[in-house]
Design a protein around this ligand. Structure first.
Ligand SMILES: Cc1cc2nc3c(=O)[nH]c(=O)nc-3n(C[C@H](O)[C@H](O)[C@H](O)COP(=O)(O)O)c2cc1C
Length: 196
């Protein structure tokens, strides 16, 4: 059966520069033989974590919203690509809330010591992080990377590669940067091959 790669778009712009890179990476994964699914966080209807703590004892969240459909997807996929712009030196708020709702995985793994992802399945899972920023300063990706690395750890997915593109205030439109689009494609392809 074909391996599954999920691509998460953190940008509110579904046809912006981040989306262009994600689409190229997903095309690469597809060409490597995977089935792909793109999740547009901006279109999901869910609330931020309310710390109701239902997940301390259960394998799901008590809040009945679009996140309920996410948990099985994230247990079953072999590959994951998170693509986001930097916002206020971190990630966009809605993407952060999306990630916070994976407290369901955190509690299972670290509190109940019964991870939602089996040891065998965990060995196969790989993640690619794509991030772009307006500015060109050395620490611009630090906050976003810390969050995404924590997310990958919580859901038992190895942080295996990244594509970080700064200086978007100068580049403006990635359609003129075939080199970067090709880099996204190659990284998506490599991810797809690595999980076969
Ligand atoms: C609310 C907001 C906050 C931002 N904060 C930062 C920032 O802290 N550092 C930075 O380098 N760029 C920042 N940016 C710029 C974006 O990272 C940049 O414009 C990126 O290319 C947007 O990608 P997109 O068009 O795919 O959403 C910010 C943009 C917005 C809208």
């Amino acid at each position: 059966m074909a391996k599954k790669v999920i691509g998460i778009l953190g940008s509110p712009l579904t046809e912006g520069n981040t989306a262009l890179l994600l689409d190229r990476a997903l095309k690469g994964a597809e060409d490597a033989g995977c089935t792909v699914e793109k999740i547009l966080v901006v279109n999901l209807d869910f609330q931020a974590c309310q710390e109701m703590m239902f997940c301390v004892d259960h394998d799901t969240c008590i809040m009945d919203d679009d996140m309920q459909a996410m948990y099985p997807k994230f247990r079953e996929s072999e590959g994951l690509i998170v693509a986001t712009p930097v916002m206020t030196m971190g990630i966009p708020g809605k993407l952060k809330s999306f990630i916070d709702r994976f407290q369901v995985f955190f509690m299972a793994k670290y509190v109940r010591k019964k991870p939602l992802v089996s040891d065998e399945w965990k060995k196969k899972r790989r993640g690619l992080f794509i991030c772009i920023s307006g500015m060109k300063i050395p620490e611009v990706f630090v906050g976003a990377k810390l969050t995404i690395k924590a997310f990958f750890e919580i859901i038992d997915c190895q942080y295996s590669d990244e594509l970080l593109v700064n200086d978007m205030d100068t580049i403006r439109d990635l359609r003129g940067r075939q080199d970067l689009l090709d880099a996204a494609y190659r990284k998506g392809f490599a991810l797809g091959k690595s999980i076969q």
